[in-house]
Write a protein that binds this ligand. Structure first.
Ligand SMILES: [Zn+2]
Length: 256
């Protein structure tokens, strides 16, 4: 009882720091609070460790790269954490290890994706766009680089490692599956980014951007599927990471 009260208090303090540091908007902070509470309720420490590792490591990496601080809103929180929550709820209903691994895999995919773009942006030079097969400017979706791919592997492995380490029962199979799925989810993100993601055009400077607002003006839809925003791409690739985990669990069940 006292342990839980202390844990709850620590969580509230953690959220206050996040909000105070302007990592998340107020709505984003509240959403993260709801998300974290349910992840803990349904998956215990395994999912919670994965979620915290994703949140902290991706926030730190993004901060290192950007001069101006970008606050994430509640849409971004749910796009990255929603798929994980679905698998966590399934694990809460049916305690099949595959669903727990899928929740961790969804977080691993989100983290792999952030690490790939942040590390790729910093060390990857001019990345190769998968659709046009041309080297493009840094900072757009749909392109790959060697450094970015290594970043994806590191980001996925860290989330899987944190979950396996903290849940005491170090499960090597889960760690491998989750890491592979995390990198897989990152590739889903790249392909959606290249072939389907909505790109907007700024009416002031004429540059292409994923942002809704550029130079304080609303941008115009230029290419891609209109509802396939960056949030939709992130949610689909995170969900895809979880699905890859489930498929690997089912295949391993029939092969051993
Ligand atoms: Zn502009």
């Amino acid at each position: 009882m006292w342990n839980e009260a202390a844990l709850g208090l620590a969580f509230v303090l953690f959220l206050l720091v996040i909000w105070q540091k302007r990592s998340l908007t107020l709505a984003g902070t509240l959403s993260a609070g709801v998300l974290g509470t349910f992840i803990y309720m349904w998956t215990g420490w395994a999912g919670t460790a994965a979620l915290i590792t994703f949140f902290v490591s991706s926030t730190v990496l993004s901060r290192l790269n950007k001069q101006e601080k970008e606050q994430r809103d509640s849409w971004q929180v749910w796009a990255n954490g929603g798929p994980m929550l679905i698998f966590a709820a399934l694990y809460g209903i049916v305690s099949w290890e595959g669903f727990l691994a899928a929740a961790v895999g969804a977080a691993a995919a989100s983290n792999a994706d952030t690490w790939a773009s942040e590390i790729g942006r910093r060390f990857g030079g001019r990345p190769l766009h998968v659709r046009s097969r041309k080297r493009i400017e840094n900072g757009y979706s749909g392109a790959v680089s060697g450094a970015g791919t290594l970043g994806a592997v590191g980001g996925a492995f860290l989330v899987g490692g944190a979950a396996c380490f903290i849940s005491l029962e170090v499960n090597v199979f889960m760690l491998i599956v989750v890491s592979v799925a995390g990198v897989g989810g990152c590739f889903i993100d790249t392909f959606l980014g290249a072939y389907a993601e909505r790109l907007n055009r700024c009416s002031v400077c004429g540059s292409y951007t994923e942002a809704d607002v550029h130079h304080e003006r609303k941008t115009m839809h230029a290419s891609g599927i209109s509802w396939m925003t960056n949030n939709a791409v992130n949610a689909l690739s995170s969900f895809g990471g979880g699905i890859v985990v489930i498929v690997m669990y089912i295949v391993s069940f029939f092969s051993f």
